[in-house]
Design a protein around this ligand. Structure first.
Ligand code: NAD
Length: 362
């Protein structure tokens, strides 16, 4: 109980998470939506975020930042983006003069998150940054400081924290409907034959950075606790593709109250499930991490059916409302930082052949 209280006090994660939906008290009828500029027009922006921004109520796509001029006409035409809202990486700081843009969403390779989040914050705009937050905890702290200094909010794109069934996991960590949690298994991975920058160490490649943050973040919110020790092992079955980074990472997180999370992530295996064993039963999500169709069940036959809404639209609306109403974010920079602190220990343990390492209080 004490551990749980300490976690709640320190993390801010669950307290804010459990207060969903953020009441739309201050969003008066007719008030203009927040304008969002996407930075990096790769796969996630193109196929998930931009379409989701057509379904949001409290924010909309108004700008783009890209280093690929050939993409500009297509985006302008498809989404009605005026010339005045089109930027490149060199002039992105000039968004500071653009009142139509309220939020800058960083959707670049992981190694570029910190630099462009800080440029966005210094332009006086709220920052949404994709997971993993950054390459290391130092960069994460620099991002948090830049946002504090500029009095803007920093949200991490942890879409699952906005998804209905994952939110039930958070709630059950508090209410323990099946008795105290005893252990947990979380796995997320997919088979990648063309990993691109995700196989390049200096770009922030590796299964742990990419998919591994899901089992990690989920283990934290599904137990309502912070890990106190970790041990990890990395491996590759395709060294020709994954020379520089981990193709697979297996890690164990020890939590207070003797709860253990067994986690696995990979670019070589399709897997996507979360199972939580408790004293009096169990519950699970399978898949737990996909863009849609997250569903699950319980040992006494309850069905957790899919949310039926666009996850990214819900995420961006939640974050827009937190800005509009000046309320806490569901997944703020501090939450992303905690994952990166643990991720650093995971890599350290893997490099030491699976040595158990304690984690200073998060
Ligand atoms: P992507 O490779 O499809 O796109 C990356 C974009 O960055 C491209 O437009 C590319 O042109 C641009 N870029 C600029 N400089 C670059 C450089 N030096 N090297 C490579 N690309 C460069 O990647 P993505 O899948 O869109 O991922 C972008 C970010 O979004 C990553 O941080 C990733 O973890 C995150 N992401 C999150 C989710 C989620 O579910 N939350 C899903 C996919 C990706």
């Amino acid at each position: 109980m004490d551990n749980r209280r300490t976690f709640l006090k320190k993390s801010g994660l669950l307290l804010t998470a459990l207060s969903l939906p953020i009441p739309n008290i201050l969003f008066a009828e007719g008030k203009k939506k927040l304008g969002v500029a996407l930075v990096g027009l790769g796969g996630y922006s193109t196929y998930q975020l931009a379409p989701a921004l057509q379904q949001t109520e409290y924010c909309e796509l108004r700008g783009i930042v890209t280093g690929s001029p050939e993409k500009i006409p297509r985006w302008q035409e498809k989404y009605g983006i005026p010339d005045a809202n089109v930027y490149n990486y060199e002039n992105m700081h000039e968004i500071s003069k653009n009142d139509n843009i309220d939020v800058i969403y960083i959707v670049l390779p992981n190694s570029m998150h910190a630099k462009y989040s800080i440029i966005a914050a210094n332009a006086g705009k709220h920052v949404w940054c994709e997971k993993p937050m950054a390459m290391n905890s130092k960069e994460c702290r620099e991002m948090i400081t830049a946002c504090e200094k500029n009095k803007v909010k920093l949200a991490i794109g942890y879409r699952l924290q906005h998804e209905k069934n994952n939110r039930i996991m958070m709630k059950w960590a508090e209410t323990n409907p099946y008795g105290p949690i005893q252990n947990l298994t979380a796995k997320a991975g997919f088979f990648s034959s063309n990993p691109g920058w995700r196989a390049v160490e200096e770009m922030g490649g590796g299964a742990m950075y990419d998919m591994g943050v899901y089992p990690l973040n989920t283990s934290r919110y599904s137990t309502g606790r912070e890990p106190i020790a970790v041990s990890a092992r990395s491996s590759t079955s395709r060294p020709e593709l994954f020379r520089q980074v981990d193709e697979t990472m297996e890690f164990t997180l020890e939590f207070p109250d003797r709860i253990t999370a067994h986690c696995r992530t990979s670019f070589g295996e399709n897997m996507n499930n979360l199972e939580i064993s408790c004293r009096d039963g169990y519950y699970y999500l399978q898949p737990f991490q996909t863009y849609s169709g997250v569903k699950g069940g319980t040992s006494d036959g309850k069905i957790l059916s899919p949310m039926g809404k666009n996850q990214q639209a819900v995420q961006m609306d939640d974050d827009a409302l937190a800005i509009i109403n000046d309320k806490p974010l569901i997944a703020p920079g501090e939450d992303g930082l905690k994952d990166i602190i643990v991720l650093e220990k995971i890599y350290e343990s893997a490099a030491a052949g699976g040595k158990r390492l304690e984690i200073q209080s998060l």
